[in-house]
Ligand binder design. Structure first.
Ligand code: NIG
Ligand code: FE
Length: 424
C-alpha cells in the first residue's frame, strides 16, 4: 500500500471518494499493484489499498474489474471552429492533395471564413459539444489552439471563447495562440505585414490578457517560413509564453531542428522529421506530439517515426489534433489504437503518450501527469481489463466513469458489445 497523510497516533483521515475493484491501476510509472484509489477533496491520497484511512462516509465508485488510469490529456487540438470541410475530404478521394486545396483558397482559409462569420456564442456551444465528447472518452485536460481567426479581432474572439469554455466546462484547458496558422488571403501579397501584425499587435494583447499559455506556429510550404517562426516565437517567449511548433508535417523542412534550437516545449506532427531532427529533439528535451489521426484522415502513407523518437529518448505524446481539415475527431482512444497499429508503439507507451508525456507537452505540473499519491484526483475508469485492451478497443466507446478534481462527472454501463473484453 502507498499512502500519505496518516501520522502515527493521529485520527484516520476521512476519504471522500473511493474507487474500488479496479482490474488494473495504471499510474505515472506504469501498473500499480492493488485495486483501489482513495481520494480526499481534489487529491489522490491512497493507491492500491485504503488501509489507514476512514472509509465510512466515502462515495464509492465500482470499477467492476475495469482499467483505472489518470484522466487522459489531449495535448493538441484546434477544437474551436465553425463549419466543416467535408467537400475537401471528398476532393482528396478524387486525388487532390491538402496543399493543392489550400493553394486554391480552401483549407485553413475556408475554416477561417466560416469562423470569422460565426458569433462567439455559437463557437462556444459547438466547442462545448466537442469537449463533452472528449470527456466521455476519459479526457480531463486538453489543449486548445486559436488559429481560425487570422486577424486581431477574430483571434481574440477565439481566445475569449476558449477562456469561456475553461470557466464553464469541467475540462481543464490549456490555451495556445496560433495566429501564425497560415497567412490570411488579404495579406498574401505582403506576408511581412501579417507577421508584423502577429508580433506587434496580436501577441502583446494575448499576453496582456493572459489569454494563452503557449504560442504555436505552422512551419510549412504555404504557411510560415522558419525565419518568420523565429521572429514570432522569440517575441512570444519574451512576453512569457511557451513555445510550440507544427513542423515536418507535409514536407521535410528541418522543422524539428528549428523546434530544438528554439527550446520548444513540443514539436508537433513530425511525419517527415529527419534523423538529425530526432537527435536534436532528444538533446533539447522537446516533446514530440504525434497526431496519427491526421495522416490517416488525409490518406497519407508517411507516418511519424515514433519508434525512432522513443529509442532516441524523445518523450512521445499522442493527441487528436481535432480540427475540421485534417482530423475531425475527438476520439483519443482511437489515436492510441493508431499509435500501436501504425506507429509501432507498445500499449504502455501509448497510454503514457496520453498521460505523463502529454502533460509534459503542455508543461503541466506532476500533479496532472497521471495517477500517483498527491496527484489531482482526475481519474478515468474504462470497461476493459488492462491497459493493453484500451488501444485494442478499436474505435469503441469503453469509458465507464470520469472523476475530475475529485468529483464524479459521470458513471455509466460499459458498451454491451464490449462485455467480452471485461472478462479476463
Ligand atoms: O494540425 N497543420 C496545421 N494545422 C492543422 C490543420 C488545420 C486545418 O487544415 O484546418 C493540423 O493538421
Ligand atoms: Fe494541429
Amino acid at each position: 500500500m502507498i499512502e500519505v497523510g496518516v501520522g502515527v497516533g493521529s485520527p484516520p483521515l476521512v476519504l471522500t471518494v473511493i474507487i474500488e475493484n479496479a482490474g488494473e491501476l495504471f499510474g505515472i510509472d506504469g501498473v500499480i499493484p492493488g485495486s483501489c484509489v482513495g481520494i480526499i477533496g481534489d487529491t489522490v491520497v491512497a493507491l492500491g489499498d485504503l488501509g489507514g484511512f476512514d472509509t465510512r462516509s466515502a462515495v464509492r465508485l465500482d470499477a467492476r474489474g475495469g482499467l483505472v488510469t489518470g484522466g487522459l490529456v489531449d495535448a493538441h487540438t484546434h477544437l474551436v471552429f465553425a463549419g466543416d470541410r467535408a467537400d475537401e475530404h471528398a476532393l482528396r478521394a478524387r486525388g487532390a492533395t491538402y496543399l493543392e486545396i489550400a493553394e486554391g483558397g480552401g483549407g485553413i482559409a475556408s475554416t477561417m471564413r466560416q469562423t470569422r462569420a460565426c458569433p462567439v456564442e455559437v463557437l462556444v456551444l459547438e466547442a462545448t459539444r466537442r469537449l463533452d465528447r472528449l470527456l466521455l472518452g476519459g479526457v480531463t485536460t486538453t489543449e486548445i489552439k486559436s488559429g481560425y481567426g487570422l486577424d486581431a479581432q477574430s483571434e481574440l474572439k477565439l481566445l475569449h471563447a476558449i477562456k469561456r469554455l475553461s470557466e464553464t466546462h469541467p475540462m481543464e484547458i490549456v490555451p495556445t495562440f496560433l495566429g501564425a496558422h497560415t497567412i490570411p488571403p488579404e495579406h498574401r501579397s505582403n506576408r511581412t505585414r501579417y507577421v508584423d501584425l502577429v508580433v506587434e499587435e496580436m501577441l502583446p494583447e494575448v499576453a496582456e490578457g493572459r489569454l494563452a499559455r503557449f504560442c504555436d506556429v505552422f512551419v510549412e510550404r504555404g504557411a510560415f517560413e522558419p525565419q518568420e517562426a523565429v521572429r514570432i516565437l522569440g517575441r512570444a517567449r519574451s512576453l512569457g509564453l511557451g513555445v510550440k511548433l507544427h513542423v515536418d508535417q507535409l514536407t521535410a523542412g528541418g522543422g524539428a531542428e528549428l523546434a530544438a534550437h528554439l527550446g520548444a516545449t513540443s514539436a508537433d506532427h513530425l511525419e517527415h522529421v529527419s534523423p538529425a531532427g530526432i537527435t536534436a529533439l532528444a538533446r533539447a528535451g522537446t516533446v514530440a506530439v504525434l497526431l496519427p489521426g491526421a495522416g490517416l484522415f488525409l490518406g497519407e502513407d508517411v507516418r511519424p517515426p515514433a519508434r525512432a523518437l522513443l529509442d532516441a529518448g524523445v518523450p512521445v505524446a499522442i493527441a487528436t489534433d481535432c480540427n475540421p481539415g485534417t482530423c475531425p475527431s475527438t476520439n483519443l482512444g482511437l489515436m492510441m489504437t493508431l499509435a500501436v497499429s501504425r506507429l509501432h508503439m507498445q500499449p504502455d507507451e501509448a497510454l503514457r503518450a496520453v498521460t505523463s508525456s502529454a502533460a509534459r507537452a503542455l508543461d503541466l505540473p506532476p500533479r496532472l501527469a497521471g495517477l500517483t499519491i498527491g496527484a489531482q484526483a482526475d481519474v478515468a475508469i474504462f470497461g476493459v481489463p488492462t491497459h493493453r485492451h484500451l488501444p485494442y478497443a478499436f474505435g469503441a466507446d469503453v469509458t465507464r466513469a470520469v472523476v475530475k478534481r475529485g468529483k464524479i462527472l459521470f458513471e455509466r454501463e460499459p458498451c454491451p458489445s464490449f462485455s467480452s473484453l471485461t472478462t479476463r
